[in-house]
Design a binder for this molecule. Sequence first.
Ligand SMILES: Nc1ncnc2c1ncn2[C@@H]1O[C@H](COP(=O)(O)OP(=O)(O)OP(=O)(O)O)[C@@H](O)[C@H]1O
Ligand SMILES: [Mg+2]
Length: 259
Amino acid sequence: MNTVVDTNTAADTIAAPAPAATPAHLELQQVSLNYGQVRALQDVSLRVDTGSVVALIGANGAGKSSTLRAITGLSSVHQGQVLLNGSNVTGTPAHKLVEMGVAMVPEGRHVFPFMSIKDNLLMGAYTRADKGGIAADLERVLTRFPRLKERFSQQASSLSGGEQQMVAIGRALMAKPRLLLLDEPSLGIAPQFIRQIARTILEINRDDGVTIMLVEQNSRMALMISHYAYILATGRIELEGASRSLLDHPDIKRLYLGA
Ligand SMILES: Nc1ncnc2c1ncn2[C@@H]1O[C@H](COP(=O)(O)OP(=O)(O)OP(=O)(O)O)[C@@H](O)[C@H]1O
Ligand SMILES: [Mg+2]
């Protein structure tokens, strides 16, 4: 049985998010996932409420990316269900989920190094046909990330790690998602960029009304900017609760916050 620290979700933290144009509500019900004989996830249940930022925290190999792979159909779920807005989407391929408003920024960013920033961003809009909307969203992304505007025609390989992360997030935003899945956006990034990325995540949630699932090893950052959080250890949810209360939880402080 999971330990629930505080069921007061999202109510008292940060600013109230703007209502999403189309609701995006995600739920995993007792999801188990294997790689051959290796069990990566065991009975993982979690909920990402419409308009919230929910963090999934855990050490290397805890199963964080596997959870995202289960959601996006990249790995097949052995048991359990993934529900999007109440509908069973278990095993739905990633490109179909993009059309349903779910975009993912994968671990390690994966920008296209030999393509320009512009073309990297436009790749994110490949499922869309609304030219006017795409142009407007490109402008919004460039306003959000002025550094990308300055380097618009340069190859993505010429960017720093933090800038490439901006491209990866910008590319996901070009799909006009209602639910954004972020896999360790702070990984390998300098502290000043981490703060900027954290601020950007909050703005995307608050200003654009995008529901966010944030996978992180940087527990402090993730708990600071999320409403609710789940702690994953060896493929199981060990603890969950309102992020603010987890920041003060003695086990979390000791094991995940270095206090
Ligand atoms: N393709 C694979 N084949 C076999 N085992 C895998 C595969 N991918 C992941 N695993 C195993 O599944 C477990 C969970 O891995 P996962 O990548 O989900 O962890 P993670 O929490 O994302 O870790 P990290 O913080 O290092 O990214 C680990 O034990 C890992 O070795
Ligand atoms: Mg991972």
